[in-house]
Design a protein around this ligand. Structure first.
Ligand code: CDP
Length: 230
């Protein structure tokens, strides 16, 4: 057999991007993937989809055993084409519903369960293996360290706490800036008990976007993946 997806796989570049809430990793990763012609995998959406599924089925998200027991019935799909992003649980489109503050409030509870993490990490790796584009950008909290420590390019996207709060509160106009800041820092604190996503592991490039606008941050990621020819 010649050509086709097999060739695409051989040439594939794997990019791993980690970062805290509000660092811009989702929107930056997606825009960078679009420019590079890569796939884009939003791992956080899978944890959010599971939190949505648990709430929908009356499962107590604080009860790890109950969350684990729900996994076999948790059927989700996340679009990896940066131009056709969607999140579905069963037949329900939850693309927007999973961004709701009621999901953000409980997602760390399901994400801290080791069996849940192992289950989703396997699925993330399968998606990376099956990508037929020249490359894939996967973003989340533990991608550079746990999911793809061997990725070709590993980036920790950071921004000052203040910049992250300002960005997130612009995305959630219905909430007060103080409420957004409080929830974001409490989620960061909960998440950092599970994964250290505030400090770059060895070999991971830190990209601080505090003083960069969106386009500049995307350009910086693209330059790390495909350095301009001198
Ligand atoms: O974009 P934001 O940082 O608000 O969150 P997200 O990427 O949508 O992730 C939502 C939640 O999923 C995080 O707060 C973590 O609890 C969890 N998560 C994780 O544990 N590991 C990942 N690789 C991605 C997300």
């Amino acid at each position: 057999m010649s050509g086709g997806p097999r060739q695409g796989r051989a040439a594939r570049v794997v990019v791993a991007i980690d970062g805290p809430a509000g660092s811009g990793k989702s929107s930056v990763s997606r825009a960078s993937a679009r420019i590079l012609g890569f796939d884009y995998q939003d791992s956080g959406a899978a944890y959010r989809a599971l939190a949505w599924f648990a709430l929908e089925n009356g499962i107590d998200t604080a009860d790890a055993e109950a969350v684990i027991a729900s996994l076999p019935a948790f059927d989700y799909e996340i679009g990896i084409d940066p131009d056709d992003y969607f999140v579905r649980v069963g037949a329900v489109d939850v693309t927007h519903a999973i961004r709701d503050p009621r999901i953000s409030a409980v997602v760390s509870l399901v994400a801290r369960v080791p069996v849940v993490r192992a289950h989703l990490v396997d699925l993330f790796r399968t998606v990376i293996e099956r990508s037929a584009r020249p490359g894939i950008i996967t973003e989340g909290r533990d991608i550079t360290t746990v999911v793809c420590p061997g990725a070709d390019i590993r980036i920790l996207l950071t921004a000052s706490e203040e910049a992250r709060m300002v960005r997130r509160s612009a995305e959630l106009p219905s909430e007060s800036a103080a409420a957004v800041a409080e929830k974001l820092s409490s989620r960061d604190a909960q998440d950092s008990r599970v994964v250290d996503f505030m400090n770059a592991a060895e070999g991971v490039t830190t990209l601080d976007s505090t003083d960069l606008d969106f386009d500049q941050t995307v350009q910086a990621v693209v330059a790390l993946v495909a350095p301009p020819v001198e």
